[in-house]
Design a protein around this ligand. Structure first.
Ligand code: HEM
Length: 459
């Protein structure tokens, strides 16, 4: 049995935990722009469970052990603000759930929560299965298809329909290019004087401003349409609008706030799920034996009919495949905070403004908690496989008061979409495909060059 006790390396001369030298390279932004995930993985391997370095002109602390992750995301949460990427993301997202601080965040979360209740998620299950079937009905056997594009489109349609009862199909390309523009913002955040750069008329900022205008037009359009035909449709937008209507005069929630929440959920709710699904399909193409096991599960549960919400609980292998995929390729690959105050932590001083980083991408591949961590093995998420593993060795949806509000929807989407595809289709890597999947760790972890796979209809 591996030694799983917390290991913090000897303090260096400056009174911090150990960390990588050549700080100037980190400061240059190059590491964060090109290589942040690999950098954090190397830190975890080489410097132990709490690593210190300088990044973006601040002290950065990297937390690499489940016990430390729990302390960071739960116990010490009152000492923290959002990470700097989310703080700057207000430029696009405003004060939505992802970016807002307490007490606004908690109030908005309470208002939004009913739309993500278990009973609502079951109702969304049938929408997921229907849209996934519509997608595969258009596929042609023997073609190589970029399934990342397909997953983005699917996830966007699902979130649009379930949470806004809106058909976003005609706006998909506008939304995607807005997301791309937004991702291009990430490298700028880590440059010195990044707040000044935001105000400059340079290419990436111009693109983001244009994207924001496009997104505003779309969201305010959906809101206006709903105001013309008010009523409770049981979705998130109904809940937000109802609260505007009742609280308008008390000034507690404005139209702008509804826009911020809608935009946040639209962006947070589709790119992550689409990336998770894409990684799962790639892993299934790479592991035909596991793909066949999933096909057998789907055939036993669904026979010749398409999936429906009620199948979700009967597809344990589909769920385990999605779980193991997010272990290896967590769509949110690092969870970040900044210290809102200075505080003592395990004998160290964390000063106000420090960056606090919990990298899923490193902890999920820690050999102390996952034997042969590079191997894709969905059985790690069977009851027996999970037994004895610390809760915070796996946190693809974060934890604590900021834990993903859409987690239930994402699990349902993951399992039902994989089942819909694999029941009828066989996926293989096209000839001459690289044996590794190139990934791009921006705000989310995404396949770098799309996901071209050969799809063949099963007979
Ligand atoms: C596989 C898919 C998904 C993954 C891996 C994922 C991951 C995460 C993570 C790690 C966080 C916490 C961030 C932090 O602590 O700073 C988060 C927050 C959030 N997610 Fe997700 N997410 C997924 C799908 C969704 C979906 C489907 C929705 C909505 C439809 C959604 C909406 C949100 C929102 C609104 C927040 C902010 C919650 C808050 O701060 O109260 N996510 N997500």
């Amino acid at each position: 049995m591996a030694d799983t006790a917390v290991f913090i390396q000897t303090v260096d001369s400056s009174g911090f935990p150990s960390g990588p030298p050549f700080l100037s390279r980190v400061l240059s932004g190059k590491i964060f722009r090109m290589n942040a995930a690999a950098f954090m993985q190397a830190n975890a391997r080489e410097y132990g469970d709490l690593v210190h370095y300088r990044a973006a002109g601040r002290d950065a602390f990297q937390f690499n052990h489940p016990e430390l992750i729990q302390e960071l995301l739960l116990r010490d949460a009152p000492y923290h603000h959002r990470g700097i990427v989310m703080q700057r993301a207000k430029f696009v997202l405003g004060e939505g759930l992802l970016t807002s601080e307490e007490p606004l965040h908690m109030r908005q979360r309470r208002l939004s929560q009913p739309a993500f209740h278990r009973d609502r998620i079951s109702a969304y299950g049938d929408v997921i299965a229907r849209f996934a079937t519509q997608m595969t009905d258009k596929w042609k056997s023997g073609e190589v298809v970029d399934l990342h594009d397909e997953m983005l489109l699917l996830a966007l349609r699902i979130v649009g329909k379930c949470l806004f009862d809106a058909d976003v199909e005609s706006d998909v390309h506008r939304i995607e290019s807005a997301v791309d523009a937004f991702m291009g913002f990430l490298p700028l955040v880590f440059l010195p004087f990044s707040q000044l750069i935001e105000r400059l008329p340079i290419g990436p900022m111009q693109r983001i401003r244009r994207a924001r205008i496009e997104l505003d037009r779309l969201i305010y359009g959906i809101i206006a349409e709903r105001r013309r035909e008010p009523g409770d449709r049981g979705d998130l937008l109904s809940m937000l609008l109802a609260s505007v209507d009742t609280e308008e005069n008390s000034g507690q929630m404005s139209d702008r706030q509804v826009r911020d929440e809608c935009l946040t959920v639209l962006l947070a709710g589709h790119e992550t799920t689409a990336n998770g699904l894409s990684f799962a399909l790639w892993l299934l193409a790479k592991h035909p034996e596991i793909q066949e096991q999933l096909h057998a599960e789907c055939a036993a549960v669904m026979g010749d009919r398409p999936a429906c919400a009620a199948d979700y609980g009967r597809l344990p292998l589909a769920q385990m495949i999605f779980a193991e995929t997010m272990r290896l390729y967590p769509p949110v690959w690092v969870t970040a905070r900044t210290a809102a105050v200075s505080y003592e932590y395990r004998g160290f001083r964390i000063s106000e403004g420090s960056l606090l980083l919990a990298p899923q991408i490193a902890v999920h591949r820690d050999p102390r908690f996952y034997k042969a961590p590079e191997i894709f093995d969905p059985q790690r998420f069977s009851d027996a496989g999970k037994a004895g593993r610390p809760r915070f060795a796996y946190f693809p949806f974060g934890a604590g008061s900021r834990q993903c509000i859409g987690e239930g929807l994402a699990w349902m989407e993951g399992a039902l979409t994989l089942a819909t595809i694999v029941r009828q289709w066989r996926l293989t890597l096209p000839k001459d495909s690289a044996s590794d999947l190139a990934v791009s760790p921006m705000i989310t972890l995404r396949p770098k060059h799309g996901l071209p796979l050969l799809i063949e209809k099963r007979t």
